[in-house]
Design a protein around this ligand. Structure first.
Ligand SMILES: Nc1ncnc2c1ncn2[C@@H]1O[C@H](COP(=O)(O)OP(=O)(O)O)[C@@H](O)[C@H]1O
Length: 196
């Protein structure tokens, strides 16, 4: 049985429909924290699936990997909850499917949202096929990711942030909010206010 050591650094999920800005925000949060005493490691789940081969092949219709969730989660468990002891860093889980992860992993769930036409343009410039653009823009209209996040985690740890590409400081302000939250989590942890 896996032994779980008390976490010293938080695990943050940054989720949202593809194209909402997860990787942009995750990269900036990692950068911002890299010089601090709370290092945060960005785990781009899509890249890990591809690089480590945690998939059962390529879905030609939807142009995506068919994820082997069991192997992926086994691997991630060893990264975020190492048996050798508490991790020396926090983690940013960058993924569009919030329901993939066990609830106990996630300390803060950030859901990025976007305007439909902006999202459409971002996905078009990524050369997504039309069916994939429609699927994702519809998911954004239906707020699918936000609903799934609410089904997966406690309302108290969910933060919804707009990532419209509007306003000069939008991304900076979002990153600042996440950074502040990480600092608060660590302070609470050091003062013994987290019970896990
Ligand atoms: N809030 C934003 N302001 C400006 N550009 C953004 C914003 N969010 C995302 N983008 C841009 O949109 C594109 C998709 O962002 P990305 O972070 O790759 O999305 P995701 O990881 O959710 O698929 C990138 O070119 C990114 O720079």
């Amino acid at each position: 049985m896996t032994t779980h050591h008390p976490r010293q650094f938080p695990i943050i999920l940054i989720t949202g429909t593809p194209g909402t800005g997860k990787t942009l925000h995750s990269t900036l949060v990692q950068q911002e924290m890299s010089e601090s005493d709370i290092p945060m490691r960005h785990l781009n789940i899509g890249d890990i699936v591809k690089e480590q081969g945690f998939h059962e092949g390529w879905d030609e219709e939807w142009k995506c990997w068919i994820v082997d969730e069991e192997r992926l989660l086994d691997y991630l468990e060893g990264v975020v909850n190492p048996e050798s002891g508490a991790s020396e860093t926090g983690f940013i889980l960058d993924h569009h499917d919030p329901s993939l992860f066990p609830e106990r992993w996630v300390d803060l769930a950030v859901v990025l949202t976007c305007d439909n036409s902006v999202l459409h343009d971002r996905l078009t410039s990524r050369n997504y096929p039309p069916n994939k653009i429609t699927e994702n823009v519809t998911a954004e209209i239906m707020q699918t990711c936000l609903s799934e996040t609410r089904e997966s985690y406690d309302e108290e740890i969910i933060v919804e942030l707009q990532s419209l590409g509007a306003g000069d400081n939008e991304v900076e302000e979002n990153v600042e909010r996440i950074v502040e939250w990480i600092g608060q989590w660590r302070k609470d942890r050091l003062e013994g206010r987290h019970d896990q």
